[in-house]
Design a binder for this molecule. Sequence first.
Ligand SMILES: Nc1ncnc2c1ncn2[C@@H]1O[C@H](COP(=O)(O)OP(=O)(O)OP(=O)(O)O)[C@@H](O)[C@H]1O
Ligand SMILES: [Mg+2]
Length: 316
Amino acid sequence: MTGLRSQAIRESRPLFELRHSFVIRHSSFVILIMPTDSSLIEVDRLVRKFGDRAVLNDISFNVHRGDTLVIMGGSGCGKSTLLRHMIGSMKPTAGTVKLFGEELTGMKERELIHIRLRFGMLFQSGALLASLTVGENVALPLLQHTDKSDDEIEEIVEQKLQMVGLTGFEDLRPDEISGGMKKRVGLARALALDPELLFSDEPTSGLDPIMTAVIDELTLKLTRGKGMTAVVVSHDMTSAFRIATRMIMLGHGGIVAQGTPDEIRASSNPEVQQFINGEPDGPIPLNLSQEEHEHHQHVKPRPFVTARHRFHRKTP
Ligand SMILES: Nc1ncnc2c1ncn2[C@@H]1O[C@H](COP(=O)(O)OP(=O)(O)OP(=O)(O)O)[C@@H](O)[C@H]1O
Ligand SMILES: [Mg+2]
């Protein structure tokens, strides 16, 4: 069912294809040429520094409509940071990010809202609101951005929770469900507005292999079946190769490798082979690089002693 508000939002969407297409008039008929470049996301020479350290250094790639891009790479290499730039919640030190053909860099919060309505985001932590129930968390985007009735919202929430295998958990609070369940509630919430684009930060971490397969099936149904575009960060290679149409491996601040799943599988890069085969020995360092180590040495220490002091005071 479509509320007036969401209908209005849909109608106000920039017609990307139309704006970038052109028309050839030929005697009595008109030929509409559709664009060859159907990029939904364009990341161009993106640099992100924290202090002196460039976590992302000159990253460029495009994501095309209908693709499922899996971003992989070692812990701390900048995957979540890259996603945050792709949704406009972090600003680059240099370079640009375009979503749906619109430049995010420099956009004000108010301008970002209409773009945010077009994509869903599952955060690595789940990012559920602790004071709301599972059902209320999933309902949140519908309450904020549509004028649907309570009955309609209830129906959608039920449907989204069913998609992620959580029927009947509506009334529990986040602290009453497991880590893997929180992830699935986060996914149900990210899908609440039926987005055309989904960003998902490790959607299957903490899930057992069967539930991982269920979530992968859901991703495939929405992408291959319904044309949704997805950008998924994943460490889980079984899941990654199941859902990806394209893959990018990050490392050393840059793109170590990118291509189709077959190209990545066949890569002669030893770092890629070590990563996709999960081997402990290889070129990927286990410890922080000297540069990373130095960066963390310079981070202002947190008031640990204060916390310990408080803890001791409270202990009888
Ligand atoms: N707001 C911030 N301020 C300072 N440093 C940050 C900030 N956000 C991220 N970093 C640093 O950027 C690096 C990359 O972090 P990020 O969370 O993107 O890694 P990741 O690849 O998602 O790791 P994981 O696989 O463990 O989730 C880390 O060294 C982190 O400390
Ligand atoms: Mg991360």
